[in-house]
Design a protein around this ligand. Structure first.
Ligand code: COA
Length: 260
């Protein structure tokens, strides 16, 4: 598949995926959603890729939402299909088995905020604005926002943002826990690249296990989650990379992981 609206670049184990419709503030039309689904499938199966940065082209936006032009006159069945496809994209990112870092350089609204929330964690520029403005359009979030936002920032804050549709700035988003870190705009991508490069040096086995323990654990009660954690701890502790990591610590040298 050739991509019109998405850029993919892989350097030193880090894939950078850029939503590239800056004249439409990177809004997610059907084509862009399908391209992102394909790109993340490719990235998932590419052993060269160890961590991912997801960002938006241009100065103004990460992603300003689903493409409102395409939402204007849908039947219930068509709209449900749009939501299902968008949710498949969010689930694919969330369950990629590799860390995906959202670098939010501007507006992350509606589907853009949902896209960011599906990522493993989020860095934002100090100019970023986040929110779920769908109620202003007579809609509700449809790409998992009503589910991920309360899990991320709590029910009361999420309901306030979802019902009012208000945007918050990067500082408030950080205080809410909606983004992890905030940087001056020009420092955002370098900071994301530094973290993604650090993650690319880790063992793939341990990153996948940690992602699974947290991701699947959050869907369970705490006792079941702890049992899952113990089983995954067993997988990691008996791996070559755990032997290497512990031996390297004891020998006061840097570990060299082989993903096994
Ligand atoms: N869907 C489709 N097009 C969008 C879009 C979206 N979600 N968000 C922005 N655009 C388009 C605008 O229509 C405009 O296109 P045009 O130049 O062909 O008219 C272009 O992107 C630039 O946007 P504009 O509104 O002129 O920029 P702004 O700086 O004045 O405002 C926003 C920025 C983000 C506040 C405003 O674009 C906005 O409210 N967008 C919609 C956000 C939203 O409701 N998202 C949830 C969708 S479910």
């Amino acid at each position: 598949m050739s991509y019109e609206n998405v850029l993919l670049e892989v350097t030193d184990g880090v894939a950078t995926v850029t939503v590239n419709r800056p004249d439409k503030l990177n809004a997610l039309n059907t084509r862009t959603i399908e391209e992102l689904l394909a790109v993340f499938e490719k990235v998932s199966g590419d052993d060269e890729v160890r961590s991912v940065i997801l960002t938006g082209a241009g100065e103004k936006a990460f992603v300003a939402g689903a493409d409102i032009g395409e939402l204007a006159n849908l039947t219930a069945g068509e709209a449900e299909y749009v939501a299902t496809r968008g949710q498949e994209l969010m689930n694919r990112i969330e369950n990629l088995g590799k860390p995906v870092l959202a670098a939010i350089g501007g507006f992350a609204l509606g589907g853009g905020c949902e896209l960011a929330m599906a990522c493993t964690f989020r860095y934002a520029a100090d100019t970023a604005k986040l929110g779920l403005p769908e109620t202003g359009l007579g809609l509700i979030p449809g790409f998992g926002g009503t589910q991920r936002m309360p899990r991320l920032i709590g029910r009361g804050r999420a309901l306030e943002l979802i019902l009012t549709g208000d945007m918050i700035d990067a500082a408030e988003a950080k205080a809410y826990g909606l983004v992890n870190r905030v940087y001056p705009h020009e420092e955002l991508l370098p900071a994301a690249q530094k973290t993604a490069a650090k993650l690319a040096l880790k063992s793939r086995v341990t990153l996948r296990a940690a992602l699974k323990a947290v991701g699947e654990g959050l869907q369970m009660n705490q006792d079941s989650g702890c049992r899952l954690e113990a089983a995954l701890f067993g997988v990691c502790a008996s791996s070559n990379d755990a032997h290497e990591g512990c031996a390297a610590f004891l020998a006061k040298r840097k570990p060299s992981f082989r993903d096994s």
